[in-house]
Ligand binder design. Structure first.
Ligand code: DHE
Length: 518
């Protein structure tokens, strides 16, 4: 008996001694990952493997991707090559922030610029449909965009995008070109008339979204890494300017998002780490940024504005705390930003350059998805909340909350169209994620709940140019875009797609349609 115990513990000790030690994750990275993802983890043929990118992606966990690869990509499966504990250590290593914040200068950006050599712009659209009724579908399942004819719903083209596209693609004001951004900071230019990619450039290392200038000449890219705003020429994607984002008190800040304010001929920036909103002029004749000067700045602060004039002049609007996720009123005179605590909306008037009202909006309002319309002679806006199953409806003439509409769960996106009497609201989070709820814009009552794919995530609506049809995503890898008759709510067509996320109609976007978030 004793003999048996001794021998089994001896065996265990021997087994432990002979087990290979846990490999160094950095060495594993260099051996197995660096050739595609870069020695510095900032990406190469594969995406960047840094927490800023990985932590924000929906999809299988990092360990799962290392073990099983990603279908239809170059990412191989390592389950046969690496032990489970090494995979776990490697995944943990990728979750660690980089030891040093890398530089990403104008020259670095320009070094990544690739214009497609054999691209020549078509003289007219190469398809017979209405170029203003094209709808783009971002398919995040395999990183592609499908180009849909908005009348026939035929797929005219399906092209590969950089890895992990996020936010709305932005169209040139004439609707011909579209710019698409990935979380890795790549910006891709695509010619809708020619159905061809024009080129791409890496404007940041980890980016949030992009905005188009009022005249279509400049594209701004909001970056987390490095903490900059990159402004590109839309013509050839060359760098026009890289602005370091540093608050008045010297704090460097990530840019949460950049928005286009065409009425004001400017970009508006939400800053993550400093209590300021920036406005950057896209008007070459912008005077010194002095509107509302006396209201927004204390005596003695004038010098910071004096030099700021002309193209890309910068104005600081001081607020009490960092705000992000902006909703803009259609005249771009006011924005509503969400506070970090996610319990209120702060209304900032861009003319006088200071907060003018506060709205109690608990449950993390998702103001960026807000849309507005006219109701009973008043302009109202509605916003979903990421943590509460309600939509808040706000009278934006007097900044009061008109009502809250209870939905089947917290939602992400809202959409309508000026020709539609309804708002379409998804219920992205929670057990009822398969529902799409339709709300009457006058009575503010839910009139219909659609369940096109029970148990699957149903999200994000876009309308056709005339508002006659609504397109809804089944947000799954073997998903679909469902085309509905927007009046009868009957399904007209189901187009199989790989995890379709956002959909963007050229006309609705370039005309800043009432039913779309800007
Ligand atoms: Fe988004 C738009 C921020 C998570 C899909 N998202 C936006 C915009 C911002 C934003 C600022 C407006 C940019 C624009 O269109 O110019 N998103 C954030 C976040 O801060 C958040 C909550 C956390 C993060 O990961 O960054 C976040 N977003 C997500 C997702 O998890 C989604 C569902 C899946 C994904 O692709 O990452 C997602 N966001 C989208 C989509 C839009 C978007 C599809 C464009 C909507 C539109 O109709 O314009």
């Amino acid at each position: 008996m004793i003999l048996r115990t001794v021998s089994s513990s001896l065996l265990a000790a021997l087994a432990l001694a002979s087990a290979p030690a846990l490999a160094d994750p950095a060495a594993l990275y260099s051996e197995h990952c660096a050739s595609c993802h870069g020695e510095n983890r900032l990406g190469g043929t594969g995406p960047a493997l840094i927490p800023e990118t990985l932590g924000r992606m929906r999809g299988p966990a990092v360990e799962d991707v290392i073990a099983h690869g990603r279908p239809a990509t170059q990412m191989p499966a390592f389950a046969e090559t690496l032990r489970a504990e090494d995979i776990a250590a490697l995944a943990a290593h990728l979750g660690e922030p980089l030891a040093e914040v890398p530089e990403w200068t104008e020259a670095d950006i320009d070094g990544t610029r690739e214009m497609v050599a054999d691209y020549t712009p078509a003289a007219a659209p190469v398809f017979s449909g209405d170029p203003m009724n094209i709808t783009l579908v971002v398919e995040t399942g395999d990183h592609h965009v499908s180009v849909l004819d908005g009348d026939t719903f035929d797929v005219l083209d399906r092209f590969a995008t950089p890895f992990a596209v996020h936010g709305g693609p932005k169209f040139s004001p004439d609707g011909r070109y579209v710019f698409i951004m990935s979380r890795d900071g790549w910006v891709q230019k695509y010619d809708i008339w020619s159905l061809r990619e024009v080129g791409r450039v890496r404007a940041g290392l980890n980016s949030r979204n992009i905005a188009m200038s009022h005249d279509g000449k400049w594209l701004a890219v909001a970056n987390y890494l490095p903490m900059t705003l990159t402004i590109l020429s839309t013509e050839d994607l060359s760098v026009a300017k890289v602005i370091d984002v540093i608050g008045r008190d010297g704090t460097a800040s990530r840019v949460s998002a950049v928005y286009q304010a065409p009425e004001r001929k400017s970009f508006v920036l939400a800053l993550k780490d400093t209590p300021e909103i920036w406005e950057v002029a896209t008007d070459p004749d912008a005077g010194p940024y002095h509107e509302g000067f006396v209201h927004s700045f204390e005596a003695g602060m004038e010098e910071s504005l004096a030099a700021e004039q002309g193209l890309f002049a910068r104005r600081r609007i001081m607020v009490d705390e960092p705000l992000d996720d902006f909703f803009f009123t259609p005249d771009y005179a006011n924005l509503i930003g969400a506070s970090r605590a996610g319990d209120k909306g702060v209304v900032v008037n861009l003319i006088v350059g200071r907060p003018i009202a506060e709205l109690p909006l608990p449950g993390m309002p998702h103001l960026g998805s807000g849309i507005s319309w006219m109701r009973g002679g008043h302009r109202v806006m509605a916003t979903p909340h990421l943590k509460e199953g309600v939509l808040s409806v706000i009278d934006i003439d007097d900044w009061t909350i008109l009502t809250t509409i209870e939905t089947e769960g917290p939602g992400f996106f809202l959409r309508s169209h000026e020709n539609s009497p309804y708002v379409w609201a998804d219920v992205f989070f929670g057990p009822n994620k398969d529902a799409m709820q339709i709300i009457d814009k006058e009575t503010l009552e839910i009139v219909k709940t659609l369940n096109p794919a029970p148990g699957k995530t149903v999200a994000h609506t876009e309308f056709t140019r005339d508002g006659s049809h609504a397109l809804v995503s089944i947000w799954e890898d073997d998903g679909a875009v469902i085309v509905y008759d927007a009046k009868t709510f009957e399904e007209v067509k189901r187009l199989p797609m790989r995890k379709p996320s956002g959909k963007y109609n050229v006309w609705n976007k370039i005309t800043f349609s009432d039913g779309t978030s800007h």
